[in-house]
Design a protein around this ligand. Structure first.
Ligand code: SF4
Length: 327
């Protein structure tokens, strides 16, 4: 059952080729913003796992203009592969946390590049005031705009522990406001947060399945040097998943996810030099190969659990189908 070319899940690469006819790469940009969880508005130390780069450790330098960052990133990517289409991804910190005029200027600068085919903005759901929503709505009529929201978990106790700084209804409101403007929503989740069980991680995925979201990043928790999470881990060690455990949970998450939801990421991406745990995640290629080979061996795919549930329902109420086809 291969709906998505060579992968048993609805990966971004497949979706980009389907929409744009070819491979598309992200340009990781830095709009020079901060975050309410860091500037003292909500807190000063940020989310417990957040590195000094504001979860944008691979983004270009904010000292450069957006145009310069785009050029630099394109050059880097093109050293390895010939690419013609790009997504301008504002990644570092909270990319709607600035006056709307400033946001408009930097987003328009990115969209003005002919090779930029979409804009992706990473932000927090509590940083989408009406004027920013109105701006995103306007930009979405020029080129597709995606908004990436860092939810990480649906569990209140974990959200408090990681100092996420907003409650679930805030996320739900942001999703509905973005969808009312036809803006695609991509949600970041973290697998392996302190003390979360496998069932809790699956609950997060099941909850998102019922939200009107278009994409998801399933990210492995990285403990990075210099973060409060590193101190917490040193003082109160918690279970760090093995690669086998991660593969197992990730596959179950994929099985529970609707086939319509685009999978933007199935592992983490932290700066190797700062990584404390899990060290096995350093070799991203090995992790991806392990996951892909486990999917193949198990003969499973994204949404399989939903199909199974539908089949069971069908067996339970067979006459419904009969009525449907004969009426
Ligand atoms: S919201 Fe993002 S940038 Fe802000 S502290 Fe949390 S992870 Fe870092």
């Amino acid at each position: 059952m291969m709906k998505w070319a060579d992968k048993p899940y609805h990966c971004l690469d497949y979706e980009m080729k389907r929409r744009f006819g070819e491979k598309v790469y992200r340009l990781a940009l830095n709009g020079g913003m901060t975050c309410p969880n860091r500037d003292g508005t909500l807190g000063t130390r940020g989310c417990i796992f957040c590195s000094s780069g504001g979860s944008g450790d691979f983004a270009a330098s904010a000292a450069l203009s957006v145009t310069e960052q785009i050029q630099l990133q394109k050059n880097m990517i093109r050293q390895k592969r010939p690419v013609r289409k790009f997504i301008a991804y504002f990644q570092a910190y909270t990319n709607t946390y600035a006056p709307v005029d400033y946001l408009e200027a930097i987003f328009l600068e990115a969209l003005a590049d002919d090779e930029v085919i979409a804009l992706s903005v990473a932000t927090r759901p509590d940083c989408l005031p009406p004027d920013v929503l109105e701006l995103l709505d306007r930009l979405n009529r020029i080129k597709p705009v995606w908004v990436e929201l860092g939810l990480q978990t649906v569990h209140a106790a974990t959200a408090k522990l990681i100092r996420r700084g907003y409650e679930l209804p805030c996320f739900e409101q942001a999703v509905s406001q973005l969808r009312a403007r036809n803006i695609e929503v991509i949600v970041h989740t973290i697998l392996g947060l302190p003390h979360e069980t496998k069932e809790q991680m699956l609950e997060t995925v099941r909850y998102l399945n019922d939200c009107d979201i278009q994409g998801i990043k399933l990210q492995l928790l990285h403990i990075l040097r210099g973060t409060d999470l590193a101190d917490y881990y040193a003082q109160s060690p918690f279970h760090i998943m093995t690669m086998e455990e991660y593969t197992d949970i990730l596959i179950e998450c994929l099985e529970q996810l609707s086939p319509d939801i685009i999978i933007h990421r199935i592992t983490g991406d932290g700066p190797g030099g700062l990584l404390i745990a899990p060290l096995w995640s350093r070799n991203k290629r090995t992790v991806l190969n392990t996951i892909h080979s486990a999917l193949r061996i198990r003969g499973t795919w994204q949404g399989r659990a939903l199909e199974r549930a539908a089949d069971l329902k069908q067996e339970e109420y067979p006459c419904q189908n009969h009525l449907h086809y004969t009426s």
